[in-house]
Design a protein around this ligand. Structure first.
Ligand code: JSK
Length: 447
């Protein structure tokens, strides 16, 4: 037994994203995003689920905010649906969509909850995809137009901004692995998308500075950790590539103004060419105020000739897995945070997502999700250990406030600390919700 205690000024919160919770998919002038389209392609999303209704938070946000207030969080991370603001991606603003986010943000502020706004959490307007989406540099300009509009409109209300959520998922998972919208399997396209996303991020940060917005801005890459199975150089190198796909690929350009050469070479060997224009890396490497880090899982891995993109394989170490099948690996959380700090210095970090999938259902009105509590305890202990090692953690936001639409898994995978009944839309706080509430109130917990 040990007491894990956090600094008094640490920020605590919970996170969600527009397409995963809002519903009201075609209300008040919102038009299609790439996820509306993708969900309608047979076989792409489990059980043919889609975000048409989701948690109906578009209509039930007052109830959701009551739940947050009762939980005692400082910060709520949500995302804005770009196609509610610009239904065609650029040009004509949809005032009804803008009004919704004003009502919502005002309600958060009235309840003493600090909004943290993600501008891009995967719901690209379909109209932009029709012109090539993130594969086309014109989407960069559309994103800057959208983000500038949001900065001006919500300046003074929203002080915490995140340009992009999980650029690895937006590029490689969506355009190379093909599991997420738009669902392509093209490594060149995915690499181009990764670069265009970073340029869009950098130019959005530039616009934020030029407008003199009062607040802080960052982005939220998802990371993992691969621990070498042995001290053989080939195992170490394989793990280094796997980690760099998430870390150095998306952070070196921002913090150092260059791509990691060993990865550029590796991709070149796969026939990938870097399509970088003059000024791109200067735009990308704008100073940011904080970095959001999303961490769920990691593993032990080793070299395996010609296996996958990086000649590596994950090992089955018999670690416990969450219900989505991801190994529980809190040590990787500690290691990757230390690694990031070693590479880029003591950049302020918010954990913008960390949490687990367990599909426990209510029994007599109670959800006994002690496995989620255990996951949280282990990861918060690793987080605390990283802070003791010099990682500059400012806050921790759990994924997710609510069970919600888990992308290609549809509604079958539940990450919430609050259960949602998708038939009645009833919310039931789980045991983990009460554990989190107590931990926030105390500033410590017993491991
Ligand atoms: C959860 C990562 C944002 C928020 C949450 C999914 C994810 C993922 C999901 C990787 C992945 C699949 C599948 C196969 C092989 C790669 C959401 N986060 N979430 N975060 N990350 N092989 N590699 N070595 O819902 O909206 O990969 O990948």
């Amino acid at each position: 037994m040990a007491i894990i205690e956090f600094p008094k000024d640490m920020k605590w919160g919970a996170a969600t994203a527009s397409y995963q919770i809002e519903g009201a998919a075609f209300e008040d002038g919102r038009e299609a995003s790439i996820w509306d389209t993708f969900c309608r392609i047979p076989g792409k999303v489990r059980d043919g689920d889609n975000g048409d209704i989701a948690c109906d938070s578009y209509h039930r946000y007052e109830e959701d905010i009551k739940i947050m207030k009762e939980l005692g969080i400082d910060t709520y991370r949500f995302s804005v649906a770009w196609p509610r603001i610009f239904p065609k991606g650029r040009g004509q603003v949809n005032q009804a969509g803008v009004d919704f986010y004003h009502r919502f943000v005002d309600a958060l502020l009235e309840n003493g909850i600090e909004p943290m706004c993600t501008l891009y959490h995967w719901d690209l307007p379909q109209a932009l995809q029709d012109e090539g989406g993130w594969g086309n540099r014109s989407t960069i300009d559309a994103f800057v137009e959208y983000s500038e509009f949001m900065f001006k409109e919500f300046s003074g209300k929203i002080k915490n901004w995140i340009t992009l959520n999980e650029p690895w998922c937006v590029s490689f998972l969506s355009n190379f692995i093909g599991e997420h919208a738009p669902g392509f399997k093209d490594l060149q396209l995915a690499t181009d998308v990764s670069h265009h996303l970073l340029v869009a991020h950098g130019r959005s940060v530039k616009a934020f500075r030029a407008l003199g917005v009062d607040g802080q801005i960052g982005y939220a890459p998802n990371v993992t950790w691969k621990e070498p199975f042995s001290d053989k150089q080939e195992d170490i190198d394989a793990c280094k590539r796997e980690v760099a796909w998430f870390v150095e690929w998306f952070m070196d350009p921002v913090f150092k103004g260059s791509y990691p050469q060993f990865m550029v070479d590796w991709f070149a060997d796969k026939g990938v060419k870097m399509n970088i224009q003059d000024g791109d890396l200067e735009d990308i490497s704008q100073p940011i105020d904080f970095m959001g880090i999303n961490y769920y899982t990691g593993n032990v891995a080793r070299y395996k000739e010609d296996n996958g993109l990086f000649s590596s394989e994950d090992l089955d170490m018999n670690y416990d897995r969450t219900d989505i099948g991801w190994p529980i690996y809190p040590e990787g959380f500690y290691k990757v945070l230390c690694y990031i700090t070693e590479l880029y210095g003591e950049v302020p970090i918010y954990i913008t997502e960390n949490g687990s999938c367990y599909n426990d259902e209510p029994v007599d009105g109670r959800v006994k999700d002690d496995r989620r509590i255990s996951y949280l305890k282990l990861h918060l202990a690793a987080l605390k250990r990283s802070m003791d090692s010099g990682v500059n953690i400012k806050g921790y936001l759990t994924w997710s406030l609510l069970d919600n639409f888990e992308w290609a898994f549809g509604y079958s995978m539940r990450f919430g600390i609050v259960h949602v009944n998708y038939r009645t839309l009833e919310r039931t706080p789980k045991d983990s919700y009460y554990w989190y509430k107590q931990t926030l109130a105390n500033g410590f917990y017993e491991l």
